[in-house]
Write a protein that binds this ligand. Structure first.
Ligand SMILES: *[C@@H]1O[C@H](CO)[C@@H](O)[C@H](O)[C@H]1NC(C)=O
Ligand SMILES: *[C@@H]1O[C@H](CO)[C@@H](O)[C@H](O)[C@H]1NC(C)=O
Ligand SMILES: *[C@@H]1O[C@H](CO)[C@@H](O)[C@H](O)[C@H]1NC(C)=O
Ligand SMILES: *[C@@H]1O[C@H](CO)[C@@H](O)[C@H](O)[C@H]1NC(C)=O
Ligand SMILES: *[C@@H]1O[C@H](CO)[C@@H](O)[C@H](O)[C@H]1NC(C)=O
Ligand SMILES: *[C@@H]1O[C@H](CO)[C@@H](O)[C@H](O)[C@H]1NC(C)=O
Ligand SMILES: *[C@@H]1O[C@H](CO)[C@@H](O)[C@H](O)[C@H]1NC(C)=O
Length: 695
């Protein structure tokens, strides 16, 4: 505990937390960053906050921080106001609309802005419909703007929106091209001229292939225009309408910044107008490649391809479905709010709501084609990108911490997340006896690790696979996956039997801390994994194996309690026998999740008391080698503590989120004394906060 005394000083110095300076209402709280259009690893657009920024104070950003130009203006009886983005337009005069409120729910971020005598409601909806695979697989998001008069008079209102080509590239010196398709729905399609399949811009996460589609319904005097940012924006500000012209001088994204714009004209009275709708999406085909038997790479496409042969048909249905999508989303939002508030607390409900789009926004639902060219809708895989810590695909120790949000919303997703890993390892192409870390180094290339040189976390991943399999079986009563892959699961259980009691020097999921032998918290994941296999065998009807594995788990527990406990008997150690460091024993939560009842209540109680006595300003560290705390591991752990300690974990995460210290999409690891965030941002693991709703 030596480090603690030295960090007390820092803690006192930083105790003057930054107070947010906003003068609008932020409900449920001001987050570090608002999700705006967040549906896939490549459609991930955010509004950074820090101590607060109105919708028209800053540009929106890709999750990694690159600007994604998205500008909105409104004219009211000819006078122009900006409501979205931070443009400056030579040769045109406008003022900023005044933000009145900002609100986020699980699926929506909604901003109310006053533009003179007209009030705008700007709604960003990224649907989350995990039980509707067709809908969930659509990589599109909505922006809807409605207006109402606040002075009893009627006004002529024109609502403008544009995007830049920054949405298609991480390198703005590259050349883009574009087309506008007119008709009942009008779409701007934008892409890079030179594309590379399955590749992304190194270090910043945007994809090198596919197209962005920005669309609106042809109604309320729609006009459109493509051209240089200053030309198109000035055209609207000065004329309250666009020129219906296309700029076909294809060029670099940063060369006179081509923008793709729409404007709608409405007459607005005291009854709120029907919303003007825009949709934005990023489409790739194939979505991913996936390694199958004999080292063949299979192309996989979005699940929605099974219903739509053209993107324009998809967009037409999607944009017209906004009222239904909004109603569905509002029911979902209310359910999360209700469940989180009634089961835990209102403070927790805000944290949970902020996690939803981020978690699902790292995933894509895919299908393959059968030999005859038809879509095989029985072959569903959900791909997930690690995001920000690296670009790995279907990382097992990412799926596992994120697992609760998927189990809460649709447990069948468990199969779609795990089957790709199981199927690959059952081909025999992966050479290691233990479970692989991931399916491929760079999303979306699931090319496996036939050399066996994936990041080595043998006990971590064997334990995770077994624990998730059993939890999936508990929730779905579907034994088919375990039956099909029982040999593989048994192989991993045997690896644990041989290796988990005294783990050799290795990494666990918190790999930033480095490797250690005999990690108490890692070993217990392996022991619970053996117990999980015992229950899997019991369910599959092999009681003899089940009894055997169960007795192994019980005897390992007895030893583990001895070697893992501090000599004064107050807390678990990071490393067996070594009194130097303590640990956030988050893996004990698996015992609660699976109801395996292996861990004595007394140990849970001691840990709970120990956390209570050793909290720092923003939490309790993952282990005492560094002051890094983890959002999801704190909440996983809180299922093993007293209610009071659980609520302390929650309030410290809330304090950190609202401190104004960061402006990144929901980070998951930060210094528990100063609140400074690690590089982890926008990761799906944040879905782990839903653990409190599934245990
Ligand atoms: C909030 O503050 C900004 C900047 O000081 C100001 O322009 C705006 O009018 C204020 N809004 C309200 C609702 O008071
Ligand atoms: C909108 O629809 C009208 C009537 O069908 C048509 O004349 C016009 O060309 C359409 N506009 C666009 C931009 O597609
Ligand atoms: C734009 O570039 C893509 C990729 O090179 C190409 O397939 C497409 O035909 C081009 N479109 C236009 C309108 O030039
Ligand atoms: C469809 O996928 C399932 C699951 O992977 C597979 O068993 C089946 O053979 C596939 N069907 C065809 C026609 O390829
Ligand atoms: C792990 O702990 C056991 C039992 O305390 C000890 O014998 C062994 O040397 C330790 N392993 C390592 C690599 O330190
Ligand atoms: C029990 O498991 C151990 C370790 O895998 C194995 O050596 C032994 O043969 C098993 N016994 C039975 C009865 O399955
Ligand atoms: C205990 O842990 C500390 C810090 O990791 C290390 O320096 C020390 O060598 C360890 N002690 C033993 C006996 O392994």
């Amino acid at each position: 505990m030596l480090w603690q005394s030295s960090f007390v000083v820092l803690r006192l110095l930083s105790a003057v937390s930054v107070v947010s300076a906003v003068n609008w209402t932020a409900t449920p709280f001001l987050p570090p960053s608002y999700p705006l259009a967040v549906r896939t690893p490549f459609l991930s657009t955010w509004l950074p906050q820090g101590t607060g920024a109105a919708l028209n104070d800053v540009w929106s950003q890709f999750w990694n921080g690159q600007t994604l130009g998205w500008a909105g203006f409104v004219t009211v009886d000819g006078k122009a106001y900006s409501y979205l983005g931070n443009p400056s337009v030579a040769g045109a005069t406008f003022v900023k609309a005044t933000q009145v409120s900002a609100k986020f729910t699980s699926t929506q971020s909604t901003f109310v802005m006053d533009a003179g005598p007209v009030r705008l409601t700007v709604n960003f909806l990224s649907p989350v419909e995990p039980k509707n695979l067709l809908h969930q697989s659509i990589p599109f998001s909505y922006l809807a703007v409605s207006a109402v008069s606040t002075d009893k008079s009627r006004h002529t209102v024109a609502i403008y929106n544009d995007i830049t080509a920054e949405w298609v590239t991480g390198d703005t010196s590259l050349t883009a091209n574009w087309t506008t398709t007119t008709g009942p729905v009008v779409s701007h399609q934008v892409q890079l001229v030179d594309q590379t399949l399955f590749a992304e811009f190194p270090g910043q996460g945007q994809t090198k292939y596919g197209s962005i589609y920005f669309s609106s319904i042809n109604a309320s005097s729609l006009s459109y225009q493509t051209g240089s940012d200053t030309v198109v924006r000035a055209q609207f500000i000065n004329n309250a309408a666009l020129a219906n012209t296309q700029d076909t001088n294809f060029r670099a994204v940063n060369n006179n910044w081509p923008v793709f714009a729409f404007a709608h004209t409405l007459t607005v009275g005291v009854i709120p107008s029907a919303p003007v709708k825009f949709t934005i999406g990023q489409v790739r085909d194939p979505v991913a490649q996936y390694i199958i038997a004999e080292n063949v790479y299979q192309d996989r496409s979005f699940y929605w391809r099974s219903k739509y042969s053209s993107v324009s048909d998809l967009i037409s249905d999607f944009i017209h479905a906004y009222p239904v999508a909004l109603a569905t989303a509002s029911i979902f939002d209310a359910k999360v709010q209700h469940d989180a508030t009634s089961k835990v607390s209102a403070t927790y409900a805000g944290i949970a709501a902020l996690a939803v789009r981020q978690a699902f926004g790292a995933t894509e639902l895919t299908i393959s084609k059968a030999n005859d060219g038809s879509w095989n809708t029985s072959d569903i895989m959900m791909f997930i990108k690690e995001i920000s810590s690296d670009g790995n695909m279907n990382t097992v120790d990412i799926i596992q911490p994120a697992w609760p949000v998927f189990m809460y919303t649709n447990p069948t997703l468990g199969k779609y997340l795990l089957n790709s890993l199981l199927q690959y390892q059952a081909t025999g192409l992966y050479p290691n006896r233990y479970a692989a870390h991931d399916l491929g180094r760079e999303y979306p290339a699931a090319v496996g690790h036939n050399a066996g040189d994936d990041e080595k976390m043998p006990i971590e991943e064997c334990g995770n696979m077994l624990v998730m399999m059993l939890d999936y079986m508990h929730r779905t009563k579907d034994n088919s996956l375990a039956t099909r892959y029982s040999a593989l699961l048994d192989q991993w259980a045997n690896y644990l039997i041989e290796n988990t009691l005294y783990p050799e020097d290795q990494l666990a999921t918190t790999d930033f801390s480095g490797s250690l032998p005999n990690q108490t918290n890692l070993a217990v994941k392996g022991i619970i994994g053996i117990k999980a296999m015992s229950e899997i065998w019991s369910t599959l009807g092999d009681q003899e194996k089940s009894d055997n594995y169960s007795s192994v788990a019980t005897s390992y527990m007895a030893t583990w309690e001895q070697v893992g406990m501090s000599s004064d008997g107050t807390h678990l150690l990071l490393e067996y026998h070594n009194q130097t460091h303590d640990v956030l024993a988050y893996n004990l939560a698996f015992d609660k999740l699976l109801k395996t009842n292996l861990i004595p209540e007394l140990i849970m109680k001691k840990q709970s008391d120990y956390y209570a006595n050793n909290f720092d300003l923003y939490g309790f560290p993952i282990d005492s080698r560094s002051p890094y705390a983890s959002v999801m591991w704190s909440l996983w752990t809180s299922t093993t503590t007293s209610i009071a300690v659980r609520d302390t974990f929650i309030s410290k995460i809330h304090d950190w989120l609202t401190s104004g210290i960061t402006s990144i999409p929901f980070g998951d690891r930060f210094l528990d004394d100063t609140g400074v965030s690690s590089g982890n941002r926008a990761r799906p693991v944040i879905g782990g906060v839903f653990i409190l709703l599934i245990v």
